[in-house]
Design a protein around this ligand. Structure first.
Ligand code: HEC
Length: 112
């Protein structure tokens, strides 16, 4: 958790950036970076899991985009998964959920 402060700074920067854009159009490169760096610090840089579970499309196939978004928004109580609703807009959370479900963030064929 030592790197947490720096992470929050990155998130804050992305947050400020999104104020200038449209709420419906979060900065995709910024969000991609956030997911791989921040979510990746627990879920693995290629989202194959670490402290937190893997987040590849096959891992999330039993959850809807809305269910994934709800987890990101509120976190999972009693676990290391934090709530993100104060740091990310609903539009950003939705974008991340769709990106995780579609696998567009990482190129994870299971051979690597
Ligand atoms: C500090 C560590 C940590 C960070 C940072 C983190 N997570 Fe998690 N996440 C977890 C843990 C641990 C779980 C498992 C909770 C449980 O036991 O149900 C989890 C669960 C999840 C789940 C549910 C997975 C499933 O199949 O049940 C999703 C989706 C998720 N995280 C997305 C994210 C996203 C997106 C981010 C970044 C915005 C993120 N997480 C950042 C630790 C983290």
């Amino acid at each position: 958790m030592i790197r947490w402060k720096r992470r929050l700074a990155i998130i804050a920067m992305i947050g400020v950036g999104s104020l200038h854009g449209h709420a419906e159009q979060p900065s995709e490169s910024g969000l991609r970076e956030l997911v791989l760096q921040d979510c990746g610090s627990c879920h693995g840089m290629t989202l194959k899991g670490g402290l937190g579970p893997a987040l590849r499309p096959s891992d999330l196939e039993n959850r809807s985009v809305e269910a994934v978004a709800a987890i990101i928004r509120s976190g999972v109580p009693e676990t290391a998964m934090p709530p993100w609703k104060d740091l990310l807009s609903d539009g950003e959370i939705r974008w991340i959920s769709e990106a995780l479900k579609s696998g567009s963030l990482v190129n994870n064929d299971d051979s690597r």
